[in-house]
Design a protein around this ligand. Sequence first.
Ligand code: AMP
Ligand code: MG
Length: 464
Amino acid sequence: MTFSFDTTYKNLDPSLYSRVTPKSIADPEIVVRNDGLCADLGLDPAELNATILAGQDLLEDPIAQAYAGHQYGNFTALGDGRAMILGEHVRDGDRYDIQLKGSGRTPYSGRGDGNATVSSMLREYLYSYAMQNLHIKTSRSLAVLETDEAIRRRRTEPGAILVRVMNSHIRYGTFQYVASRAADELQRFTDYVIDRHYPQLTATDRPYLDFFDAVMQSSIEMVVDWLRVGFVHGVMNTDNMSIDGETFDYGPCAFMNYYDEETVFSSIDKHGRYAFGNQRPILRWNLERLAEALQPLCTRTALTYDELESELDEFDDRFDAQYYTMMRKKLGITSDDEKALVDEFLEWLRKSNTDYTNTFLELETPGTFDDPAFATTEFEQLREKLAAVGLDEELMQEANPRYIPRNYLVEEALDEYLETGTLSTFERLLNVLENPYISKETASQFQQPPPREFDTEYTTYCNT
Ligand code: AMP
Ligand code: MG
């Protein structure tokens, strides 16, 4: 079967989107396709040929969504500048946006060319694949197609289209857009989003307050999951924050190797606004912007801004609860306390700057890695204290990946594709990341962190 579209977004006010047509591509070629995802969506890979996947054979008119957002703290009107939703695919009652990224200009492109490069789309494919298998709520990538264009960025390379799947692409920034540009639509739009993502709230007494509460909860769960695996999203602008708690827009993201809360990889994040350890306060800041966008509902419905503010006041306690539960699992602590011991461990980690992923594997099985920090009496004593209350193997194996996408291997895989047109490293990475919680004897090279200088100098880029 091919897509089965029923695009409800088109029933919303026309100011919220534009009808668009993907650029025409002479001879698109599938570089990778996720057949497992096809199966999850009830799609037959044999029917999803390059022409359909590249938006050259349309089932209905695609749309580009309008949105706004705070980018590095500054409010801007935006919209899908290089993305188009082909339609909402429905399978067993579940609804998925099928979106093309890199499919050409739209009314929201500004001065952008609407294009994407093959290396950045392969990068997004790989990270979203890893995140899904790390059990983190994420957009998923159905395929990457190469086009015959030459796209000029830092280097010139082939163009590409990513076929991206999400529960929806509705963001905090979509609410900011509606509140600022189409305020009369805000209540109807919020009802639509509640119905689509939080249907259990339609029947509550306070649906808008409960909605804000639910978005806060799903976002906290998402960011705590990032902190669990060392993920740095890199560009947590409010337009990149999903209303359903799905991680998306894998641009300047990367995984931290050596534990340092100030870790930043993005070329433009000069002040560390989106550093690893800043993701928590930034989430709160973003939720404040969402609360402001919902404020117009306060004059029309029983919602008051004080209520939204008291929800926000709960943020720190809620985040802490989620964070310490996660950390206790990583340390295999079965009880609900031991906060002091978790803090002591974190203090050691900050000071020792060891590889984040491997530290937990070393706690599980001492002697696995030969970092001198693991041979210190301090680490040994800490491990003994942890062993007294934790180090439960089953808990640890669920929470601690054996493999993450190591930056240097990702770059190696992408360079190899650009230089030789082969995907052998890329495929080996996908293979290891298919089951990142399961050790593979042959995969120890995928556990090696890069030399320290690599991480310090490693830079990732936006809009590539
Ligand atoms: P991002 O940083 O990827 O979330 O993108 C921020 C905004 O810039 C979004 O509205 C994108 O649609 C837009 N954008 C990024 N790259 C391009 C491009 N090459 N052409 C047009 N718009 C773009
Ligand atoms: Mg974005």
